[in-house]
Design a protein around this ligand. Structure first.
Ligand SMILES: Nc1ncnc2c1ncn2[C@@H]1O[C@H](COP(=O)(O)OP(=O)(O)OP(=O)(O)O)[C@@H](O)[C@H]1O
Length: 565
């Protein structure tokens, strides 16, 4: 519930005025029915009270104006609450434990945030707020004015409530199960559609579309059938309800025969008030079911918000890192009891460039994620500038780190934005860096140059160009530790070697950690660590490794023939 509470607290003023306005509107509407009755009766008796007419007219006009004014807090609060749920989610991502994030995966997180924010807004708006500002006041005011006219009508209404309760319980149980089934089918249908739209190439080449479409058609049948059933149950409920109200109205119309002495005005008022006394109950039944369904999506969102955080991101840290020497001792890490880093010792001095090599899945990226503090080591130690990594405030630590992963972090924007964001940097300085990453010629050939839009995920660029663009960004960071995890893997051999040499030269006074599969790109690093099946099995310069490590020789041979991956 804390998230609901947070959102309400954040918008407390707006929520209060929204609720109050709702109650005032309902009061105006119900009171005007009562006044209308009195005016009607005084007209019949030819003793019209002008004061009552003025009050009635004021209430009538005020009601219209307040209904109009009500649109403002309604729209504002509704959009704000929905977006606040999303902002809470991005706040969570800022601090979530990386391992939990990995477990869920981006696709699932996006879906649960979208559904959860919608559900949270609907529960608050369509259920919580609506009950407080509309249903309860409408019920209370109507019953109050009915009791003023004739208390006996109240007893009839109460009997009606019991009948409503029995009928709705039966119908709504069916409604709930059918609606749940429709929702599950709709979710499956949307997942299939998204998959089809996103994976055109894979599905086309593997000829999966026929099968996918067949499954979509089956789901379509179920959804359509379920929805029709849903409408029929829904309408059966409202029909039963209308019949009940009809019976009560007939009883009121027959009041004279029952010996009840009701004036014309009272009969007219009662007919309206009966509607107002029953409608909240009908609406409540429907929104209660809706709320139960929304609750499922909201619970998933809430579970996400309650996942553990990485406390190291904001922990108190008065350490001053004097240098970026990295000392790793006895480092171990397991994923689900499977050891992927085993007792690794590494020492890197500030200004050194080292590379990690090894077969796919040997544990290289995991070591990097441990050094970055994304994953938490279970045994051993990592010291940065002599200070244990677990004692560092990670947000502070990250201000001195550049990290480029295999899937380059390119975003929808211009080439310039992708390199320097919104910093004001001279074109010539950007061009100098583009030259170092061998992208200058290409950018110069574009009519819009640096201001060329590269599209979603940089789709107008090749894989290698995207990586070069991401690397260009590093030249404008003020990092002391630069980590490149297969950051050049999509480039051809020649470009990769040339760019890597430029990087080694340019960042010669920084600490550089590089993961590479093609070994010719790391010939000039200070030291190479060969990782095999979670273990560090050899280390040395390129020449030393070729000389002493069979494993490295195998990797080198494979790398040269480009078979190795
Ligand atoms: N989130 C995860 N959950 C479970 N196991 C994982 C996870 N991430 C990686 N692994 C496993 O840990 C092992 C080491 O993975 P890692 O990514 O460190 O290898 P790598 O040497 O960088 O591989 P590559 O060169 O292919 O990128 C692999 O066997 C991998 O399957």
């Amino acid at each position: 519930m804390s998230s609901f509470f947070d959102v309400i607290k954040k918008n407390a003023g707006l929520v209060m005025s929204y609720l109050l306005l709702g109650i005032v509107i309902v009061f105006c509407e119900t009171f005007s029915v009562n006044l209308f009755q009195r005016i009607l009766d005084s007209i019949t008796l030819k003793s019209v009270d002008i004061g009552e007419i003025i009050l009635y007219s004021t209430l009538l006009i005020l009601g219209y104006i307040l209904n109009y004014v009500d649109n403002y807090p309604t729209t504002k609060l509704s959009s704000k609450i929905y977006l606040d749920f999303k902002i809470n989610a991005i706040r969570k991502i800022r601090t979530i434990d990386y391992k939990e994030y990995q477990k869920l995966g981006t696709g699932k997180i996006l879906q649960l945030i979208e559904n959860g924010s919608n559900a949270g807004r609907n529960i608050l708006f369509e259920y919580g707020f609506r009950i407080i500002r509309e249903l309860i006041p409408s019920l209370m005011f109507s019953l109050f004015f009915i009791a003023q006219i004739d208390i006996r009508i109240m007893y009839i209404i109460f009997v009606g409530y019991i009948l409503v309760f029995i009928v709705t319980n039966i119908l709504l149980k069916c409604l709930y199960s059918v609606k749940k089934e429709v929702l599950i089918n709709e979710e499956g249908f949307n997942r299939k559609l998204t998959r089809g739209f996103m994976e055109l190439v894979v599905f086309r080449i593997y000829r999966r579309f026929e099968n996918e479409i067949k499954q979509c058609v089956n789901m379509e049948d179920n959804i359509v059938r379920g929805k029709s059933k849903l409408v029929m149950i829904h309408e059966a409920f409202f029909t039963a309800f209308a019949v009940l109200i009809g019976i009560v109205k007939i009883i009121i119309l027959c009041a004279q025969f029952l010996g009840w002495n009701l004036s014309v005005g009272e009969i007219v008022a009662l007919l309206t008030l009966v509607d107002k006394a029953y409608t909240p109950i009908a609406i409540f039944n429907v929104i209660y079911i809706e709320k139960k369904l929304e609750q499922i999506a909201y619970e998933r969102y809430k579970e996400f918000l309650d996942l553990p955080n990485d406390t190291a991101l904001e922990q108190v840290d008065n350490n001053k890192i004097e240098n970026y020497n990295i000392e790793i001792k006895g480092l171990c890490y397991s994923y689900n009891k499977r050891q992927v880093v085993n007792n690794i010792d590494i020492n890197v001095k500030t200004g050194e460039a080292v590379a990690f090599v090894g077969e796919s899945g040997s544990g290289k990226s995991t070591i990097i994620k441990l050094i970055l503090g994304l994953l938490k080591y279970q045994n051993g130690s990592i010291k940065i500038g002599g200070i244990e990594l677990s004692k560092l405030n990670l947000n502070k630590f990250y201000t001195k780190i550049s990290y480029i992963s295999q899937d380059s972090p390119i975003f929808d924007g211009t080439i310039r934005e992708n390199i320097v964001f919104d910093r004001k940097i001279k074109d010539e300085d950007i061009m100098k860096v583009l030259d170092l990453v061998e992208l200058k010629e290409y950018v110069c050939s574009l009519p819009e140059g640096l201001d060329t839009e590269i599209g979603e995920k940089g789709q107008m660029l090749s894989g290698g160009e995207k990586q070069r663009l991401a690397l260009a960004r590093v030249f404008f960071d003020e990092s002391e530790l630069i980590i490149l995890d297969e950051a050049t893997s999509a480039m051809d051999n020649l470009t990769e070697s040339a760019i890597m040499n430029n990087i080694l030269k340019y960042f010669s006074n920084r600490t550089l950690l590089i993961i590479a599969h093609r070994l010719n790109s790391i010939e000039k690093v200070d030291r190479i660590y060969a990782i095999k099946d979670a273990n560090l099995i050899a280390e040395g310069t390129f020449a030393e490794m070729l000389d002493k490590s069979e494993y490295f020789k195998q990797l080198w041979t494979a790398s040269q023939s480009e078979d190795y991956k």
